[in-house]
Design a protein around this ligand. Sequence first.
Ligand SMILES: *Cc1c(COP(=O)(O)O)cnc(C)c1O
Length: 367
Amino acid sequence: MTDLTFTITEAERRSAEDREAVLANPGFGDHFTDHMVSIVWTQDEGWHDAEILPFGPISMNPASSVLHYGQEIFEGLKAYRRADGSIVTFRAEENARRLNDSARRMALPELPVELFVESVRKLVEIDAEWVPSGDDQTLYIRPFMIADESFLGVRAAQRARFLIIASPSGAYFTGGVKPVSIWLSQGLSRAGQGGTGAAKCGGNYAASLLPQNQAAENGCQQVLFTDSNTVDTIDELGGMNLFLVRSDNTLVTPELNGNILPGITRKSLIQLAQDRGYSVEERAVTVSEWREGVADGSITEAFACGTAAVITPIGQLKSPDFTIDFGDNAPGELTLSLREELTGIQYGTREDRHGWLEVIVPAHAAA
Ligand SMILES: *Cc1c(COP(=O)(O)O)cnc(C)c1O
């Protein structure tokens, strides 16, 4: 608990009928729950004015620094409704800690971990009806922080705002988990040494959109970014970390070298793979190694991972010079089985042996 008291302003909630219509087919990122969280920070007062308020537009001074210099960071996590009606979140403290790592890099204020977790909890509680119950459906939670000081000078934030919005979200894959094709970005990077690659900031995403368009023009759904110096050492995808599976029961994933985002899904999968007796190598991984490994049969699967899609099998890697195909274009066995295990833990059909879940609303809570 923190000593900040939240002011709660009840929204005029949407009707059960409207809500059910949304939850029947939520899509991703289109619909939002009835409430949001807002907490203000100033250099003089620290964090204050914690509020749960009706979801809706926020007003900003056009001179707000986020609009000019891009001081914005965000997080993404999910709430899951389990078969017994209970609602849980997954490793929210990890998101809180990572938000603070991003905040330091972007000269934004850090938020106490307990305040982050309490804010998530409060929003999920008040909007519990918006957590969908369909297969692979979740409530996607989007905490973010902006510098909203009205000042055109360039400096570290002296006024910031932390907000959380939430969006019911449908299954990422409809009709089964399908492998994606990924495009090896040509000459455009998302991060460089000493840059902001390890911070979850909006600017990294802005920089990834042009290469993402190039991927689409080449028939691919995702982009693979390499280190900008070698153009061979793999960083990650636009919003997902990468794993290769070797035939000798080893998983290989790029090390956290400051260029890549330390994914919580990545960290969780490393744990689950090690629990099964796989060895996991976190080190520099190159596109050349990947090509050679597929050619000689020592690399058998590749997948990308992140909160939104959990695990996405990779069926093909394309560049102007070559294409790596994973034979039958079916998801790998370990890929599917790790996906099943992680989602099983989240939805409560498998034991949560690492204590990753927090119950926000207990099973069939008394009304
Ligand atoms: C959020 C994100 C990921 C995945 O992180 P998770 O914690 O697993 O959701 C990977 N790469 C980038 C660039 C990201 O922004």
